[in-house]
Design a protein. Sequence first.
Length: 111
Amino acid sequence: MALALLRLSVLGCLWQRFLADAPAESAWWLLSLGLISVFLVIGVATPVTALIATGIALTPVFYPPRAGTFVSAENLTVGIHAIQALSLALIGPGAFSIDAHLFGRRILTRS
């Protein structure tokens, strides 16, 4: 259940960023965010899509909307959103996902 909440919080962060700063080419952003959202919710290629979500979350840091605003309170929230997406990439898909049904669940043990 906690993994599902983490997935939903990452999706909320991505959609909040899109709705706040909708770029001129909104149709492509909407299509890509929709595809990433579906993949994250059902658990298809979770580590890859979570890394893409991390990159999307970090775009305001490297391409600030206003010149000279590299360090700001907004970048702190961007960093928190990126950490959430990165943690989702490191945790993986979980037991109730398409990836787990396709590839099986792996349990790491110390040898």
